[in-house]
Design a protein around this ligand. Structure first.
Ligand SMILES: O=C[C@H](O)[C@H](O)COP(=O)(O)O
Ligand SMILES: C=C(OP(=O)(O)O)C(=O)O
Ligand SMILES: [Mn+2]
Length: 392
């Protein structure tokens, strides 16, 4: 039997990037609704994914983790999920063809509704507004009302995720052969009210399940060692990821590994490096050496997106495919030189045709054509395929 969440160490710890909504009249009711809800994923599913990730950690498989930067509540219907899962299939099949290995498929999907931001406010047409923080928190429309955080959105995120996970489960059952592993769900475990509300303790298993997703990760902005996000993910049995940016020192990284993978279990921890093209060659080698010598059997992933975001002349965020290719190639070189297996790629990819990332600066004037992202610029499936071909 799974019981209610227990009071836990992380509840009293500080946390960055949390919505200011405790005084909202619906806050307590929304938390109660989540605490009484069925978990969205099961122990068995999480264990199966853990088995796949262990294969990746041991060098017997690869992984593609891809999807939107920020999912939309309006894209939880079957048609959207089918398109997103097909895009993930296409990229994983491409990776399989290049590497000759099985490829685990993990979407940034069914819960990727909360965004950490660089600044708390932005100015739109001369009006200063709170920033959009993902559909779990507020709405992207540029008005004071839309940007007000609303805790009922957590309940809507739960329902949207439920709908998507039903479709993903059906696809997993239909594709249980031929090395097509997944598709599994993942998102950044950011909003603690939501994530904590979906932790379920299982006395029989002796550990807690994070019921919000198969594979939660900690973002670059919330991976402080003595803060709540690290403590929360350290306490659950799901495989977990952690973003690692260029300011990370070997000492910090080793302490993160010790917290998140104390028992050195293959596949328990995925390190998702997002260094930036300019920083990767210098910053990555000491980090890789530290993890290797400490003996953590991690999954080594390259996120070439988040260290390579630029502002185009018109103000839109973009990324150049050439930068992404350069970073992931260098990542592969460094990891393989250390005698380790590159697990794969973590990408922001749109299922539909968009103009958000470009090949090079001269193409920036095409950005406004179909710039649909709610947050960061995504690759098209074609651009992501080109990246895979260039790196593997
Ligand atoms: O997806 C990652 C972050 O949420 C995003 O890059 C932050 O974007 P910002 O710098 O526009 O706040
Ligand atoms: C917020 C994200 O990345 P990072 O934490 O690496 O900046 C993200 O993956 O959307
Ligand atoms: Mn992003």
């Amino acid at each position: 039997m799974m019981g209610a969440p227990l009071p836990s160490a992380w509840e009293s710890l500080p946390a960055e990037q949390q919505p200011e909504w405790d005084a909202h009249p619906a806050h307590a009711a929304a938390l109660g609704r989540l605490r009484g809800a069925a978990p969205l994923v099961t122990h068995t599913e999480v264990a199966t994914l853990g088995w796949g990730l262990a294969k990746v950690a041991r060098g017997q498989a690869r992984l593609v983790q891809a999807g939107d930067c920020a999912e939309s509540f309006y894209e939880s219907g079957a048609g959207h999920t089918a398109a997103k899962a097909s895009a993930l299939d296409a990229l994983a099949d491409r990776m399989a063809a290049r590497t000759g290995q099985w490829v685990l498929r993990i979407g940034r999907i069914a819960g990727q509704y909360a965004k950490p931001r660089s600044a708390p406010v932005e100015t739109v047409d001369g009006v200063t507004l709170p920033v959009f923080r993902g559909h779990m928190v507020n709405l992207e429309t540029a008005s004071e009302l839309a940007r007000r955080p609303d805790p009922r959105r957590m309940v809507w995120a739960y329902h949207a995720s439920t709908e998507i996970l039903r479709d993903l489960r059906a696809r997993r059952l239909a594709a249980a052969d031929g090395g097509r592993l997944g598709p599994w769900s993942s998102h950044e475990a950011l909003v603690l009210d939501y994530e904590a509300g979906l932790v379920r303790h299982d006395p029989a298993a002796g550990r807690s399940l994070l019921g919000s997703t198969h594979f939660p990760w900690i973002g670059e902005r919330t991976r402080q060692l003595d803060h709540a996000h690290v403590a929360l993910l350290a306490s659950v049995r799901n495989p977990v990821g952690c973003k690692i940016g260029p300011s990370t020192t070997p000492d910090i990284l080793l302490r993160l590994c010790a917290a998140l993978d104390p028992d050195r279990v293959p596949g328990r921890l995925s390190l998702i490096f997002r260094m930036g093209r300019g920083a990767v060659a210098e910053a990555l080698p000491p980090l890789v050496r530290a993890v290797v010598s400490a003996g953590h059997p991690v999954v080594w992933l390259s996120d070439p997106m988040h260290g390579n975001t630029r502002r185009a002349a018109g103000g839109l965020k973009t990324r150049y495919l050439a930068d992404l290719i350069a970073e992931s190639r260098e990542f592969r070189r460094v990891v393989e030189r250390a005698g380790r297996h590159v697990g794969g790629l973590h990408l922001e990819v749109a299922a539909e045709r968009v103009t958000e990332c470009v090949g090079r600066p001269e193409e920036e004037n095409a950005l406004t054509e179909r710039y649909l992202s709610l947050c960061d610029p995504r690759l098209t499936v074609e651009q992501a395929s080109e990246l895979i071909d260039a790196v593997f």
